[in-house]
Design a protein around this ligand. Structure first.
Ligand SMILES: [Zn+2]
Length: 385
């Protein structure tokens, strides 16, 4: 048993002096209380490790391919997504497990203790299911065990290529399920989590109102009652316009009207919200999941943190689901660079015109060549250092 004495520690009851934490052979905390035993370790300050609330771990392996200004000045979230689809066509289950283990280890090194994995890469090339429908989910659980990170596994329901219910094509086919097949996949993932020796739990993630129809959303919310519900909400202007055209309401407005949104919900990218939506979401008790580096890098826009937090809203953050940085320091830096309302400061340049990478320097010729080749479908080689 490890016995840690801290001069000061932040506990669920607030800050305390002279705190003893004991850790058992399993690596789990067994007790937190006043000092009583001979310590095996002393420290001045002890804090709970933060949670990374939004990760798409496979995207770690494309870090560097899109974090630079592209040849087309109109590059945006949507051009980034096209390259991502090309990239993921090359990934096998072994690749996905290895990449996830790497990025989970890097999260631990950066100080995170747990991760919520928004996991949507389910099938083989062309959308052909693996013999075990939950193969990829099981690989994510295995990676969390290898790294030793706490995991909330969030299998993603992804049905359509847009609100008009267009079929999935290209790289998207590896994400796709109808509700029945998804619920089988979810049960397999839940079994893998239940059998894991790691600190793991299950949740569910209807991808977004673009990718899930109202019936699919209701089915997973009602079926998967064991844990949190994560969903992309309102990241892009074009996304809001698409939802408005098909649902007759903006994403936040529609969701709050149609579902009993509460603390069980974590809504990712609450970027494109009206003032009324911001206040209503704050009052719902849902967590606003912020990804300041991604939202800055992709030119999404700025979350109205001042109004949301002022209305009692609860927010959390991820360093970046695209895994280009994993440091909470970097995340704060990008909050400032993005002039996010959570970190009011000088009038830094704001990427409010929906252009991605507009404040970055041009890439080297080698990085530009690799990004072009990946977009064309060829296997990328190692990145130049
Ligand atoms: Zn995401």
């Amino acid at each position: 048993m490890q016995v840690i004495h801290a001069n000061q520690a932040l506990t669920p009851q607030g800050w305390h002096r002279d705190v003893e934490v004991t850790i058992g052979a399993s690596g789990r905390i067994e007790s937190v209380g006043p000092v009583a035993r001979t310590p095996t370790q002393r420290t001045a300050l002890l804090l709970p490790a933060p949670l990374n609330l939004h990760s798409h771990s496979f995207q770690r392996a494309m870090a560097g391919l899109t974090e630079a200004k592209g040849p087309d000045p109109r590059d945006s979230f949507w051009s980034w997504r096209r390259l991502m689809y090309k990239f993921l066509d090359q990934l096998t289950p072994d690749d996905v497990e290895a990449i996830a283990a790497l990025v989970f280890m890097e999260m631990l090194e950066a100080g995170y203790g747990a991760v919520a994995e928004f996991h949507y890469l389910h099938h083989g090339l062309g959308g052909v299911p693996y013999d075990t429908i939950s193969e990829m989910s099981e690989r994510i659980v295995a990676a969390s065990e290898t790294a030793g990170i706490g995991l909330t596994l969030l299998p993603v329901l992804y049905q359509y290529g847009g609100c008009d219910l267009r079929p999935l094509n290209g790289g998207q086919q590896r994400f796709g399920n109808d509700v029945d097949r998804f619920l089988r996949l979810y049960e397999g993932a839940a079994d893998a989590v239940a059998q894991s020796a790691a600190d793991a739990k299950i949740g569910v993630a209807p991808h977004s109102l673009r990718a899930v129809n109202p019936e699919g959303l209701r089915a997973v919310v009602e079926h998967a009652t064991a844990g949190p519900i994560h969903m992309h909400l309102a990241e892009q202007v074009a996304e809001v316009a698409e939802v408005l055209a098909h649902f007759g309401a903006r994403p936040t407005e529609w969701l709050l009207d149609q579902h009993a949104v509460d603390a069980r919900w974590c809504l990712i990218h609450c970027t494109q919200m009206t003032d009324d939506e911001t206040l209503a979401l704050a009052r719902s008790g849902a967590v606003a999941g912020l990804c300041p580096i991604t939202e800055s890098n992709l030119g999404d826009g700025i979350f109205n943190g001042t109004a949301f937090l002022g209305a009692g809203g609860i927010s959390g953050s991820a360093p970046t689901p695209t895994c280009i940085f994993r440091s909470s320091t970097n995340s704060r830096h990008w909050n400032i660079r993005n002039a996010c309302a959570i970190c009011p400061g000088p009038p830094w340049p704001r990427p409010t015109d929906q252009r991605a990478g507009c404040f970055l320097t041009p890439p080297s010729p080698a990085v530009r060549k690799q990004a072009t080749e990946t977009a064309a479908g060829s296997k990328p080689g190692p990145l130049p250092i």
